[in-house]
Write a protein that binds this ligand. Structure first.
Ligand SMILES: Cc1cc2nc3c(=O)[nH]c(=O)nc-3n(C[C@H](O)[C@H](O)[C@H](O)COP(=O)(O)OP(=O)(O)OC[C@H]3O[C@@H](n4cnc5c(N)ncnc54)[C@H](O)[C@@H]3O)c2cc1C
Length: 396
């Protein structure tokens, strides 16, 4: 009997544990290394839509995800003074299919995916790759903990700012496509008495949102603003990040001054630019990338988790179908790229339609929202289901 091939997955977010599950089923001996600890905060809600719902069904976790599903909130759009522009179900705004697509907290999804593979694969938490060398017959890895091992293949599932991508393919700048927005995300006390609802305030080029996931004493607060050039230097320093957001929202109405005040006290502020990762190839030698590391579509599409799940499935499927990893990685790219492209394109041509940057575009968006209110059932987005999954046949 041929010994099992050993593989390493870097990252235990969404794509990492999903890939680990399918690789284990294919007959690989899998290790997952995650720089964070084993437990994580529940986090903001993310969506699993279209083709990705079929991936989680085939993983056998659809019932648990249905239990963890947070009901789509009512979404109220507000003008500069806080007056209501339109109020409608959020699934209508983002093109989700009610009753089929799922919205779950990111931490809940990661925990469910990890639990699905916990007994079958090795997890190394609080550790990460220090050096990666594929000049020999495998990939020699040194971990920051000092552990040294050689793997047949290594997968970078370590997110938008993937260190695996950086070490194998080079600096992020060459693959990062800035989409013209900066954002800050944090939690704050629910001093406004919001429940099961999302409020979104806009002026041209600025948006502030408060999201009450259920009946809760904490709110997810979200601030985003348009900026033609990325403020890369400011994002590196925590105080500069707070100053950037404070300046961008100076003079804003509604509850924005209170949100800015809470942002100053928040210990979980996450700031970044809205951007996509676009690469000519997703593999090099024995290393392949999956999820945000390879093809982050940006939060503006709401499709990051779905691409991560579908990408993990397609990568493992290709490795099950082709023993030669070079052929497998070529098949992975060939069969997934169109699905990635059509989902990344959701933000082309002013597709970031929830966050218009001019007064005219804001008027058009508001008119579109009022039309949506009167539609009985807005159509789902074809991009969400633009791939039919092949049948997974584990290697004999
Ligand atoms: C504000 C915001 C809102 C979003 N909203 C949505 C939404 O509505 N719908 C949606 O589908 N998606 C949304 N997303 C995107 C979604 O969260 C990502 O697309 C998705 O999580 C990608 O999964 P991933 O596994 O590829 O990467 P991640 O989930 O980022 O996981 C990467 C993992 O790698 C780990 N890691 C990083 N560096 C290392 C290292 N050196 N070694 C080991 N491990 C490492 C990280 O700790 C993390 O656990 C949103 C993202 C943001 C930021």
């Amino acid at each position: 009997m041929t010994p099992k091939r050993k593989v390493l997955v870097s990252g235990a977010g969404i794509s990492g544990p999903a890939l680990a599950y399918w690789l284990h089923r294919t007959g690989f001996e899998v290790t997952v290394v995650e720089k964070a600890g084993a437990s994580r905060a529940p986090g903001y809600p993310i969506d699993i839509r279209g083709t990705a719902t079929e991936v989680v069904r085939r993983m056998g976790i659809l019932p648990q995800l249905r239990s963890a599903h947070v009901d789509s909130p009512r979404c109220t759009f507000l003008d500069a003074e806080g007056g209501t522009v339109a109020s409608l179900a959020s699934h209508a705004v983002v093109g989700s299919v009610q009753g089929q697509d799922l919205e779950v907290r990111r931490g809940d999804l990661a925990a469910l995916l990890q639990a699905r593979v916990r007994d079958d694969v090795e997890f190394l938490f609080d550790d990460s790759i220090a050096t990666l060398d594929q000049s020999g017959r495998g990939v020699d890895i040194t971990f920051h903990s000092g552990l040294r091992r050689t793997y047949d293949l290594v997968f970078g599932a370590d997110g938008l700012h993937s260190p695996t991508r950086e070490s194998v393919f080079g600096p992020e700048e060459q693959f990062h496509r800035y989409l013209g927005y900066c954002f800050g995300l944090f939690t704050m006390p629910n001093t406004f008495g919001l429940s099961h609802e999302l409020m979104l305030w806009n002026t041209p080029g600025r948006a502030a949102a408060l999201y009450a996931v259920g009946d809760t004493d904490r709110l997810h607060a979200f601030l985003t603003f348009h900026r033609p050039e990325p403020p890369s230097a400011a994002l590196r320093n925590p105080e500069a990040r707070r100053a950037l957001l404070t300046t961008a929202f100076a003079g804003a109405g509604w509850k924005v001054p209170a949100i800015i005040g809470a942002m100053r006290d928040a210990d979980d502020l996450y700031c970044d630019t809205a951007g996509q990762i676009r690469m000519p190839h997703w593999s090099s030698g024995r290393v392949a990338l999956v999820g945000d590391a390879a093809y982050a579509p940006s939060f503006l599409t709401g499709q990051g988790s779905s691409l991560a799940l579908v990408g993990a499935y397609m990568l493992a499927h290709a490795l099950a179908a082709h023993r030669d990893h070079t052929a497998a990685f070529a098949a992975y790219e060939r069969d997934l790229r169109a699905f990635v492209s059509v989902n990344q394109a959701l933000v082309d041509n002013g597709g970031a339609r929830l966050f218009p940057t001019t007064a005219r575009a804001l008027e058009q968006r508001d008119a579109m929202l009022r039309d949506l209110v009167t539609m009985p059932s807005p159509p789902p987005r074809p991009a969400h289901s633009a791939l039919t999954l092949p049948v997974f046949a584990p290697m004999p």
